[in-house]
Design a protein around this ligand. Structure first.
Ligand SMILES: Cc1cc2nc3c(=O)[nH]c(=O)nc-3n(C[C@H](O)[C@H](O)[C@H](O)COP(=O)(O)OP(=O)(O)OC[C@H]3O[C@@H](n4cnc5c(N)ncnc54)[C@H](O)[C@@H]3O)c2cc1C
Length: 436
């Protein structure tokens, strides 16, 4: 049932903190609504206007040019009559006065404030993390620094075998190719790569593909410390089992931590992220939060799909339009390593009442595993041919009973859909549906 956000006063001046992917998408969504706030100001700590952070991986791999990442130029913001302040970090919010202050000493007032401050890379508590040569992979500066390191050649150690770690490792390896060459090792604490998305079979296929390309992969690897060379820079990674890996460059990619510093300083309710309700409203009705900095019903965010849905809800809310509010929905994962096709959603391991269907073609390098409960799809892992991934995901989201097309389910969307359509045509409910 659509409802209205309790703070119904017209938003005269909206200030958005963070010109990242969520903050920028919100601007676009507001511009598409005639009821948009009269005045919009965006403040971003980065010096570049919003860019597609997702494409930092192909940028690092040398598969894309920097210009292709820009979402909108500073001129575009000016043309839309939006004040864009870049290279300034908001340091404090005075909630009583409804003002905020930046690190450049600028003070701004607001009627409504949106925190879109993203997240920071998580750092493992190991000695040596502060050494020169230890990087994270979050923004354009990081991508530049990593590209420079790859051009120097030598050896790199990437810590983290999730999406980001794999993309960083492949990016470094590819970027280093043809120059001095970079030997890249990847450390994964779990027994498999992408353990949150893949079952063991798919993870092993991925591992073997990446090893074949020259990546040195260590699973079940526990980082103990990073060592400094005589020049004070990082020179090696030491593992708990005594292994020592040479490292002229280290990339830490073990996860993200919501950036809640500003919200905490303003005494908004926070746990792991800034707590929001279904309208993306914080504990202060004049302040919202969205994207990777927020926490909704215990959930945190690290992919853009749910963030795009948050943006639509918040845009309606800021324009005084009723909405059903933000609701959680499952998301699917893809890996952006060229030449590797992967698509996954749902649980990685079957539960006792799951029916498991799987298909493997070692010659083609294809693998599919589906988890069904009561004829309905709850999870899928696809490696190789992933063309049917979005169809499987759609069926799972819609809760379609796939019993009628079970025999063709592993063959892919086209064959399965034919059987589903046939079953629907034969269904006694058909005339009733048509009549409706
Ligand atoms: C290399 C890489 C690859 C990725 N690949 C994928 C992918 O394939 N698919 C996917 O769905 N997601 C991917 N992601 C994740 C995706 O980029 C994020 O989910 C998305 O960027 C989150 O948007 P956000 O606006 O919340 O945070 P961000 O995009 O990080 O934006 C936050 C912005 O706020 C600014 N800021 C913070 N504090 C302040 C302050 N106090 N004052 C002013 N400004 C401030 C920051 O500088 C930053 O610019 C990837 C991320 C990375 C790093």
């Amino acid at each position: 049932m659509p409802r209205r956000h309790p703070e119904t006063s017209t938003v005269e001046h909206l200030v958005i903190v963070g010109n990242g992917m969520a903050g920028h998408r919100l601007v676009e969504a507001l511009l598409a609504r005639p009821e948009r706030p009269a005045r919009i100001t965006v403040i971003g700590a980065e010096t570049a206007p919003a860019y597609n952070r997702i494409l930092l991986s192909p940028l690092l791999a040398g598969e894309m040019q920097r210009e292709a990442l820009t979402l909108r130029s500073a001129e575009w913001y000016a043309e839309q009559d939006i004040e864009l302040i870049l290279g300034e970090r908001v340091e404090a919010i005075d909630r009583d006065a409804r003002t905020l202050t930046t690190d450049a000493g600028r003070t701004l007032d607001y009627d409504r404030l949106v925190l879109a401050t993203g997240s920071n890379p998580a750092r493992p508590p190991v000695p040596g993390l502060e050494l020169p040569g230890v990087h994270v992979f979050r923004d354009l500066h990081d991508a530049d620094a990593l590209a420079r390191a790859a051009a120097q050649g030598g050896s790199a150690v990437v810590i983290g075998g999730g999406l980001l770690g794999l993309e960083a490792a492949e990016g470094l390896r590819k970027r280093g190719q043809g120059k001095r060459g970079m030997q890249v090792s990847l450390l994964q604490r779990d027994d498999r790569l992408m353990n949150r998305q893949l079952d063991l079979t798919a993870a092993r296929l991925l591992e073997s593909e990446l090893r074949g390309r020259g990546l040195d992969i260590h699973t079940d690897a526990q980082l103990e410390s990073l060592e400094a060379g005589s020049d004070g820079r990082v020179c090696a990674a030491r593992l708990a089992d005594g292994t020592r890996l040479a490292a002229d460059c280290v990339v830490v990619a073990i996860g993200i931590v919501p950036n809640t510093a500003l919200a905490r300083a303003a005494e908004l309710d926070t746990q792991r992220g800034v707590i929001v309700d279904e309208w993306l409203t914080t504990s202060d009705p004049a302040i919202h939060a969205l994207g990777e900095c927020c926490e909704h019903r215990g959930n945190l965010y690290g992919l853009v799909e749910p963030i795009w849905r948050q943006v639509e809800v918040l845009a309606d809310c800021l324009c005084g339009k009723p909405s059903t509010g933000y609701v959680e929905a499952p998301t699917a994962t893809k890996l952006k390593v060229s030449g590797v096709a992967l698509y996954a959603f749902g649980p990685t391991e079957p539960e006792p009442d799951h029916e498991v269907l799987s298909y493997r073609d070692p010659q083609q390098g294809d693998y599919r595993r589906l988890l069904l409960r009561g004829g309905r799809l709850e999870g899928a892992v696809l490696y190789g041919d992933t063309a049917s991934g979005p169809w499987y995901f759609e069926q799972a989201l819609a809760g379609v009973d796939l019993t009628a097309c079970r025999t063709a389910l592993l063959l892919g969307a086209a064959d399965a859909q034919v059987l589903l359509d046939d079953a629907l045509n034969e269904s006694p409910q058909r005339p009733a549906k048509e009549a409706a």
